[in-house]
Design a protein around this ligand. Structure first.
Ligand code: C2E
Ligand code: CA
Ligand code: CA
Length: 966
């Protein structure tokens, strides 16, 4: 049936062709000359519609007649091919297939007509014999009106086709390559932007392929034809492109409702594309129009987001723009009059370029999300925009950027983005959350941000940023505290890079991390190395550091060292816990008293250092203030405990460096100790002369002193206050040093107690004292007999042979029973039971026992009442306190009660440190029995002591037979 129709059509065409050939001879303007020098001839003008007798062809094709001639003297050949006319796809009802020549016939049997399948879309080779004019009948399908028909010379068509083949292959290859790169990324990373980009590029590739006719006459074009297929691929690629855009720069960030409508919109585009494919009337043209509008809109949106600071949007702008241009050019080509013009082919090339750009952008975008600093540094900064929103924007939340942000968030970090041009700080949601802020409050004016930084860290923060800003490209790290919403100040670490191409960075981008826990443990560690755990004061290291830090300002410093005089005894009687309480109270008193004026450190067991930041014109005033601070008793378990201290003060201006200052202060302190303690001394050059050598020399010196008999015993009178007579003496060791002269016990007793030399020293003192006493008693037989107290340290008492030695000494010297007393400190006897046994032993041997330095330890008299002692010696610090106008009256009350209690217990009381008549009178008024001190006499050599007794004995015997001193 179909064959018949074509045959009928052809025969009618041939008849018409003869008529046309005749007409051609008379009208040459619409004749196609096959011998024309033009390689391609547009046949359109030479086409005349021919209405076949059978009417419209059943396949919708049309017949046309062409008047053709060959003006050459040889046969001329041309290949006829239908061209794609404008607006062919742009119709409500798209044509089911492309324009094509279905058949060609000639009126002249000499004309050769061949079907040319080699040139793609059906082509026909027509050969016209020399100098012949013929009429050609051409059956065309799906052409425009008038249709576009080209007559090519064969070499030209071959060349054209070759070029087209190369060109299209290149375009496909590029787009395919881009698609594959991105597919690879999508598979590796699984990030949304890469996935959408891969889909977009695949669809663009398919659209390009269908454009070139690859799928023509296949099943794919069976439903809606090639134009339906193209419209579908174009529509779907735009749908994917919009998905990609949203993944890069989420639409809902600018237009919140988008979050809800986005998926529906994509679904609608997909539906439209499929309708176009199905050939539903109007759908293809709607889809094509949408493609043009949408690609332009996407490009515009990305430009806007890029302008507003979104880095990811910025890198995608070029490819989006090119795609928009491709769509626009194709649309113009379709609507315009250019037919199969350059614009359409150029569109392919541009599409390939856009595909490559997109692939690069996605690759870079992945870089951006994973490594924020580097890739952004590579992007030129956006030009400053005066009135727009600050040009800062966090990387996209979804996809690769999203996972990177999640990773950052999971590591308790967030993005910190400071733009110097707009002076704005933008925090990512994670960073804002670290400070306890919601995402809405994550944008600050930089000034406001600095206001949130802790006052102590503000200067450092400001300076660091200002300094680093001068070095674009520099990566740095700073730590500072920021006020959180809860009002706390957690520590943050900012690791950032200064970005910018110019001399000054334009932006600072980095990660903000909460490092509070680390900071706290660091502080804890620092505390452990610099803090005294007991009192919380700085330790010796901290003190030295503080002095070191003063630098040249060391000259302004007044430095004091304070040492508790008999802390060992306090510790021995109170134990660790009690000692700690006392130390804490001292620390508390000192810090309270000198708050804002000085800094207090605990630099040793019972030693404190005080740094005054100003020059004191009167170092001794400072020293006395310190003494006074420590003179009041400490309350422990309802009891008063006295812990007098010695103080050394030195001025920074007298020292070369901190160590020198420390040494000077130690000399002053040593001098205070040497003077009996409980007092303050300031440094002066003379003190250098008195400084003892180091411990080893001291020990060898001391041993030699014993051998060479450099040790001497001095006697200090003890006076009965009621009548002023000499009652006895305290024996005190002196060292006649060959170089240093007379050295007092405070410079060597403590040391010899440590080394054990005290045992030998103590024997010397005991033996001499006993012998001297025996002599005096024989010379001055008074009643009660003169006594001598000899200091005996704990170490001596523990010595196994001590009792034996004591017994022998007393026996040899033939002294009155009970008149040789041993003086032991309160802390020594209170500390242990074997001390008590030793004392009992001494007592049995006929020695008296005197408790020394009473009141400096912790025992109360009633606690000691079971001990076998006969005398207590109240420490001189009681008198010192009594005389100090600033100290309270506690000491007096305690002294009174001691005296009263001692009398009740029938024990004698000696108060030490009587330095003037008032002291003596006051004690006498209190009912104190004995007194000792410089007021009556300095410690005297034994010959002088003898003279002293003799003189007073004479005076006394002249009156009543006893020595009167006062
Ligand atoms: P101590 O037993 O408390 O001796 C009293 C100290 O106070 C003596 O210092 C004495 O010179 C001093 N002194 C006396 N009157 C006054 C005064 O009015 N005001 C002031 N501020 N001080 C006064 P010295 O002689 O330097 O003895 C220091 C310490 O050395 C003695 O303190 C004693 O604990 C120890 N010591 C002395 N000789 C011996 C000894 O033979 N054996 C032992 N184990 N220790 C000794
Ligand atoms: Ca003593
Ligand atoms: Ca004493």
């Amino acid at each position: 049936m179909k064959r018949f129709a074509i045959a009928a059509a052809l025969s009618s065409a041939l008849i018409a062709a003869f008529a046309a050939a005749d007409a051609a001879r008379s009208d040459t303007s619409h004749v196609v000359d096959f011998a024309s020098p033009d390689e391609v001839v547009e046949v359109q003008d030479a086409l005349a519609p021919y209405h076949a007798p059978s009417g419209i062809q059943p396949d919708g094709s049309h017949w046309y007649l062409i008047k053709a001639t060959n003006s050459a003297l040889h046969a001329s050949s041309r290949v006829l091919r239908a061209a794609q006319p404008p607006s062919v796809g742009f119709r409500l009802l798209p044509r089911p297939s492309r324009p094509a020549i279905l058949s060609v016939a000639s009126s002249d049997s000499a004309v050769s007509i061949e079907n040319m399948s080699a040139y793609g879309r059906r082509a026909f080779r027509v050969i016209i014999p020399p100098a012949t004019a013929v009429a050609l009948a051409v059956q065309l399908a799906n052409t425009g009106d008038p249709p576009s028909l080209m007559a090519w010379t064969e070499p030209a068509l071959a060349a054209h086709n070759r070029q087209m083949a190369i060109f299209t292959t290149a375009v496909w290859a590029l787009i395919a390559a881009a698609a594959l790169i991105v597919c690879g990324l999508a598979v590796i990373l699984g990030h949304a932007p890469a996935r959408w980009a891969a889909l977009t590029l695949m669809l663009v590739l398919l659209e390009r392929l269908s454009e070139t006719g690859l799928f023509d006459a296949s099943l794919a074009t069976g439903v809606g034809g090639p134009y339906g297929l193209m419209a579908m691929f174009a529509g779907l690629s735009v749908m994917a492109g919009i998905g990609l855009t949203n993944a890069i720069a989420p639409l809902h960030e600018t237009w919140p409702p988008a979050a809800r409508w986005f998926r529906h919109g994509q679904g609608a585009i997909a539906a439209l594309s499929i309708f176009a494919y199905l050939g539903i009337p109007g759908m293809a043209v709607l889809a094509d129009t949408f493609v043009v509008v949408a690609t332009i809109a996407v490009a515009a949106y990305l430009i806007y987001r890029g302008w507003s600071g979104s880095q990811a949007a910025r890198v995608s702008v070029p490819s989006a723009t090119v795609f928009a241009c491709v769509a626009l050019a194709s649309a113009l080509a379709t609507l315009g009059d250019s037919g199969e013009s350059l614009a359409a082919s150029a569109a392919g090339a541009f599409a390939a370029a856009a595909a490559m750009l997109l692939a690069l952008a996605i690759a870079a975008g992945e870089g951006i999300a994973v490594l924020p600093f580097k890739s952004i540094a590579a992007v030129p900064p956006a030009p400053p925009q005066p009135d727009a929103r600050p040009p800062v924007e966090m990387p996209a939340r979804s996809g690769a950027a999203g996972s990177a942000m999640q990773a950052i968030g999971a590591s308790h970090q967030g993005i910190f983005d400071l733009d110097f041009a707009s002076d704005t700080v933008k925090l990512s949601r994670e960073a804002a959350a670290l400070i306890g802020l919601s995402e809405v409050h994550s944008r600050f004016n930089h000034g406001d941000w600095i206001g949130r930084v802790h006052a102590d860290d503000r200067e450092l923060y400001r300076r660091a940023l200002a300094d680093y800003r001068e070095h674009p490209g520099l990566a740095f790290r700073i730590e500072f505290r920021v006020r959180s919403e809860s009002g706390r100040y957690p520590w943050f670490e900012l690791r950032a890079t200064m970005l910018g191409e110019h001399a000054q960075a334009s932006r600072c981008l980095g990660l903000l991390g909460d490092v509070t826990t680390r900071k706290e443990s660091e502080a804890e560690l620092l505390n452990q190395t610099l803090r005294d755990p007991l009192t919380g004061l700085g330790n010796r290291v901290a003190m030295m550091e503080e002095l070191d830090q003063r630098g040249s300002r060391l000259a302004d410093v007044t430095f004091a060292l304070l040492d508790i005089d008999r802390f060992k005894s306090i510790h021995a009687s109170l134990g660790d816990a009690g000692g700690d309480v006392i130390l804490n109270q001292i620390a508390e008193r000192l810090t309270k008293r000198f708050e804002g004026v000085a800094e207090v450190f605990r630099v040793g067991g019972d030693a404190f250092a005080i740094i005054f930041s100003r020059i004191s014109s009167e170092p001794s005033a400072i020293g006395n203030e310190l003494i006074d601070t420590c003179s009041a008793p400490y309350l422990l378990q309802g009891r008063n405990i006295f812990a007098p201290a010695s103080v050394g003060v030195a001025l920074g201006r007298d020292a070369r460096d901190p160590l020198d200052l420390l040494k000077n202060t130690e000399l002053a302190l040593m001098q205070a100790k040497r003077l009996g303690g409980g007092c303050a001394r300031s440094y002066s050059r003379e003190l250098e002369m008195l400084a003892p050598g180091d411990a080893v020399t001291l020990e060898t010196d001391l041993r030699r002193a014993i051998e060479d008999k450099q040790l001497d015993v001095y006697y200090q009178p003890i006076v009965r206050l009621s009548d002023g007579v000499i009652a006895g003496f305290e024996a005190l060791l002196r060292w006649n040093h060959p170089v240093k002269g007379l050295v007092t016990p405070s410079d060597f007793i403590a040391h010899s107690e440590e080394t054990g030399t005290i045992v030998a020293l103590g024997r010397i003192a005991l033996e001499r004292a006993a012998n001297d006493l025996g002599l005096w008693q024989r010379h001055f037989p008074i009643n009660p007999p003169l006594f001598v107290s000899v200091n005996v340290s704990r170490r001596q008492l523990r010595d196994e042979d001590f009792g034996l030695f004591l017994g022998a000494v007393m026996h040899n010297a033939a002294i009155e029973p009970g008149s040789l007393k041993i003086e032991v400190t309160e802390s020594a006897v209170a500390s242990s039971q074997d001390m008590r046994a030793a004392l009992d032993r001494c007592r049995e041997l006929g020695a008296g026992i005197s408790i020394d330095d009473f009141g400096t330890g912790v025992s109360s008299l009633s606690q000691l009442k079971d001990l076998p002692f006969d005398t207590i010696k109240v420490d001189q610090s009681f008198l010192a306190r009594h005389k100090n106008p600033q100290s309270n009256a506690d000491g007096d009350v305690v002294l009174k009660s001691i005296i009263a209690l001692a009398r009740d217990l029938r024990r004698s009381v000696v108060v030490e440190g009587v330095e003037n008549e008032q002291d003596a009178d006051w004690l006498k008024a209190l009912g104190c029995e004995f007194a000792q001190g410089f007021y009556f006499s300095q410690p005297l050599p034994s010959a002088d002591a003898l003279k002293f007794i003799a003189m007073h004995f004479d005076m006394q015997s002249a009156r009543s037979g006893v020595a009167d001193v006062a």
